[in-house]
Design a protein around this ligand. Structure first.
Ligand code: C5P
Length: 222
């Protein structure tokens, strides 16, 4: 196997995907957005009016729905079956319901197995909540990205504006806190910093500075 495993975890909107994509491009590694997988299942379940805390019903969705990624610009394309759900999985509806689906242990087990299969191919950067603790516990590089709630809400606000989505800063702060609470308090693989992860507070760092910091750690392994 060529290349190392890089796990980037942290709370909602801490900048994980932005940084993970840049790191992957820099080293020529595969980037896997694991949150997109939970989001894709949530989107299909919502479409089918499946009750989101009904584990066997959501598992039926998982079993029927292959999730695939394809190259795209500026973002990777995400497919649920043959549907392009790239945009749909970023909707407020999916964002505010995904933690319910992600709390289901069988769903986590199934998606974790898919993630591990993708990682087996070689150099990979994965971002999520439990990559360093559960999905890739032997990853050579583990980063735990954090930032203040205010800063994270502000970043999401600007991102929303560029997409024409209108949600107040206050609402975004509440939503981010609610999602972090759910993700941190579930039984199975909660959001927690791995013991051997490097904690990086990005509140007052630029994207470039964060990528440089992480690159320093990666370069020690190459
Ligand atoms: O990273 P993103 O915000 O897209 O993740 C969406 C949701 O998916 C998270 O709030 C969490 O509930 C779930 N998730 C997870 N484990 C991961 C990645 C995401 O539980 N590894």
């Amino acid at each position: 196997v060529n290349g190392i495993q890089i796990a980037i975890d942290g709370p909602a909107s801490a900048g994980k995907s932005t940084v993970a994509k840049l790191v992957a491009a820099k080293y020529g590694y595969v980037y896997l957005d694991t949150g997109a997988m939970y989001r894709a299942i949530t989107w299909v379940a919502l479409q089918q009016n499946v009750q989101l805390d009904d584990e066997s019903a959501v598992m039926a969705v998982v079993d029927q729905t292959p999730i695939n990624f394809a190259a795209g610009s500026p973002d990777q394309l995400v497919f649920a079956g043959d549907q392009d759900v790239t945009k749909a999985i970023r909707s407020e509806d999916v964002t505010n319901n995904v933690s319910t689906v992600a709390a289901l242990p069988q769903v986590r087990a199934a998606l974790t197995a898919q993630m591990q299969k993708i990682a087996a191919a070689g150099g990979i950067v994965m971002d999520g909540r439990d990559i360093g603790t559960t999905v890739l516990p032997h990853a050579q590089v583990k980063i735990f990205l954090v930032a203040s709630v205010k800063e994270r809400a502000q970043r999401r606000y600007l991102e929303n504006q560029s997409k024409g989505i209108e949600v107040s800063l206050e609402t975004l702060e509440d939503e981010i806190q609610a999602r972090d609470y759910k993700d941190s308090h579930r039984e199975t693989s909660p959001l927690v910093q791995a013991k051997d992860a490097q904690r990086l507070d990005t509140t007052s760092l630029s994207v470039k500075q964060v990528v440089e910091q992480i690159s320093k750690t990666i370069d020690q392994y190459l």
